[in-house]
Design a binder for this molecule. Sequence first.
Ligand code: SF4
Length: 63
Amino acid sequence: MNVVVDQEICIGCGACEEICPAVFHLNETVGKSEVIDPEACEFVGCCEAAEENCPVEAITIEE
Ligand code: SF4
C-alpha cells in the first residue's frame, strides 16, 4: 500500500493531518500536506478516512 498527496491539487486545509497525523503532515511553509510515513497507512486505519475527507481529492491510496 502506498499513499500519495498530489501537491498540485492540495489546498493545505490540514484535514488529513487532523484525521491521520501518523501519516500526513501539513507543511505550513509551503501550505501543502506531505506524507511522512506511507507504510504506516497499512497499520493505522485512518488513511481511507483522510482520503475520503480531503475536499479536493488530492490523496490517492494505491494498493
Ligand atoms: S485534506 Fe487534502 S487538501 Fe487538505 S491538506 Fe490534506 S491533502 Fe491537502
